[in-house]
Write a protein that binds this ligand. Structure first.
Ligand code: PLP
Length: 425
């Protein structure tokens, strides 16, 4: 599924007066709808409520007898690591179960790389005159914020529908030793929904890099978040890197934030043995061990890999109608006009909507005035700046399907008005 580009010429003439009248009618509806953040709905959270009772007094021992209430166990509970190893495509012995947020692990890894030399590296990144990361766009705004926090310069690279433009990636990393990493959301990407092809993964694993300590920041946040019966496959990156002679190239992140509880799940970190030794030595100064009681209740909730996949089917039953609502309303309201295009993702949490160049900030503003909160225009680009001002990230997971429908009808009115205004200039 290629990333849609910004439509430019309306297929049919738009009547500005009619578009304004429609918008006035929308304002009169007094809507209050929110499509901003990719949060699970309450119904999705309810699916995991057994977590609240799975560890009772007297039941806090793990399979090997470890008392989970006590200190220790930096690598996390073995039974939980074994279940998620297959899903995250990391051998269990190379996968750590951590705290509740993979973003925090990403932050820690970046902070450690700033101050401590990575395996294969020559010096800590903070001692370089500049550190740059490639960021496929549109991408995840919190990756950009995290990098900015450490003064990392972000270099945008276009997404193609099967991952980043690899000719461009290979050219940049081969020439520039200050490029130390790339942000990747390789499956059902946030926000384009695309999955990296086998060829993309192999090229990322094999490409020569000028930096000896270059890393793939492989954020597999949506590894099992299918929206259709077609479970899209991703090539295992650690294996591809090892086969290409770069065993230390990938840092793999994941979590159960959108599997169980977004605020009380378990994060995972996978990598090569050398990278894990580097990380664990540093992490042991931060904590004596993760929250093993939380890990234990997750291990009891998910006794097998299959049980996770079955649980994700329940999520799909709740999410698929919301995504269908986005597509159906956009198709009916905007399809014939040729002024917008959008993704129809097979998984993940987002739809990318492209409106005519120069229009997305106007659409988001119009929607806000009409009571429909959308992710700020440009949020999926470094610095919040979409050079074309044409991309809007839609997050339909949290509202009900009926609310999604109402919101999308309103968004369509705003797109028609913004496009009509542009055409009239
Ligand atoms: N990575 C991506 C790509 C995400 O979209 C999100 C949440 O939206 C996260 C990470 C956050 O993960 P966690 O809750 O494990 O920190």
């Amino acid at each position: 599924m290629p990333a849609p580009s910004a439509p430019t010429v309306p297929a049919v003439a738009l009547d500005l007066d009619a578009a304004r009248a429609e918008y006035q009618a929308l304002l009169a509806e007094g809507l209050a709808l929110d499509l901003t953040r990719g949060k699970p709905s309450g119904q999705q959270l309810d699916l995991s409520d057994a977590l609240l009772t799975l560890v009772q007094p007297g039941e806090a021992r793990a399979a090997d007898g470890t008392d989970c209430r006590n200190y220790g166990g930096l690598v996390g509970l073995p039974e939980l690591r074994a279940v998620f190893a297959e899903l995250l495509q990391v051998p269990a012995e190379q996968l750590l179960a951590c705290g509740n947020a993979s973003l925090q692990v990403m932050y820690d890894v970046l902070a450690h790389a700033m101050f401590t030399t990575l395996p294969g590296g020559e010096r800590p990144w903070a001692q370089e005159s500049e550190v740059r990361f490639l960021c496929p766009v549109p991408g995840y705004d919190r990756h950009f914020t995290l990098a900015a926090r450490f003064g990392v310069t972000l270099v945008p690279v276009a997404l193609t529908g099967e991952g980043p433009d690899m000719d461009e990636v290979e050219r940049l990393v081969a020439a520039d030793p200050s490029i130390k990493g790339i942000w990747c959301v390789p499956k059902y990407s946030n926000p384009t929904g695309e999955t990296y092809s086998e060829q993309t993964v192999r090229r990322l694993a094999a490409m020569p890099t000028a930096a000896p300590d270059f890393r793939l920041f492989w954020d597999n946040a949506y590894a099992v978040h299918h929206l259709t019966e077609d479970r899209v496959e991703l090539l295992p990156v650690l294996q591809a890197c090892a086969e290409a002679g770069h065993p230390d190239r990938a840092f793999v992140f994941g979590s159960t934030s959108k599997i169980t509880y977004a605020g009380a799940g378990v994060a995972f970190f996978g990598s090569s043995t050398a990278n894990l030794a580097w990380y664990s030595a540093l992490a042991s100064a931060q904590t004596i061990g993760p929250d093993k009681v939380n890990q234990l209740r997750h291990a009891r909730f998910f006794p097998s890999t299959q049980s996770v996949l079955e649980h994700m089917e329940r999520h799909r039953e709740l999410l698929a109608p919301r995504f269908a609502a986005v597509h159906e309303v956009l198709e009916a309201e905007l399809g014939p006009l040729g002024i917008a295009s959008w993704t129809k993702p097979l998984g993940g949490y987002f739809v990318s909507l492209q409106v005519p160049a120069g229009c997305s900030s106007r659409v988001v503003r119009l929607a806000k005035e009409a009571g429909i909160a959308l992710t700020p225009a440009g949020a999926a680009f470094p610095g919040g700046l979409d050079p074309q001002d044409s991309h809007i990230r839609l997050a339909p997971s949290f509202p009900s399907a009926a609310e999604v429908r109402a919101a999308m009808r309103g968004v369509a009115v705003c797109v028609r008005l913004a496009a009509a205004e542009l055409a009239a200039q």
